[in-house]
Unconditional design. Structure first.
Length: 171
């Protein structure tokens, strides 16, 4: 199939919704999860705890992008990297975000700090005691407890008139 058959030029005319692809990875070790406390200098999520991740580059598949982001942001090699969720983030703009959520395990090694922020192992039981990015209290437990081999969860994020995040999961 030639690339012209992909219909990309139609999407570029903005008559279709387009998305920016990103990854989000939750790395566990025993009863802890590795979270990144965003640098105070970050434009978004400064001083908030989030998973590991970022943009998918043009020449990457989604799985390779998730693995690359883990290595870049933590220096850790992970095992059992698996897709656990897909989230369409609609900010009421022509372009949204498609978030590919992964879970992985790390059995050894210490994370290497990066410019992104401070890496901290947080006990599952203490997750609600740290300042998480707004959606993490909902998706983090779902992601790290996602059964191996199960289909990923599907969600849609939007915002109501008061600019509050609304999360819907497909049944």
């Amino acid at each position: 199939m030639p690339k012209t058959d992909q219909g990309i030029e139609v999407s570029l005319k903005r008559d279709r919704y387009t998305v920016i692809p990103r990854t989000l990875v939750f790395i566990t070790r025993g009863d802890r999860v590795l979270l990144l406390r965003g640098s105070a200098k970050k434009r978004i999520w400064a001083n908030k705890y989030n998973g590991i991740g970022g943009h998918i580059e043009r020449d990457e598949d989604i799985y390779s992008a998730a693995r690359r982001e883990v290595i870049e942001e933590t220096g850790l090699e992970v095992e059992a990297l698996r897709l656990v969720g897909l989230i369409n983030i609609d900010g009421d703009q022509p372009t949204g975000i498609m978030l590919f959520v992964f879970a992985a395990e790390s059995r050894s090694g210490e994370p290497i700090p990066s410019d992104e922020g401070a890496l901290e192992w947080i006990d599952f039981d203490h997750i609600t005691r740290v300042d998480l990015v707004e959606d993490l209290p909902i998706i983090l437990p779902r992601a790290i407890r996602h059964p191996t081999g199960a289909s990923p969860f599907f969600a849609h994020y939007s915002y109501n008139e008061q600019e509050q995040l609304v999360i819907r999961f497909a049944e």
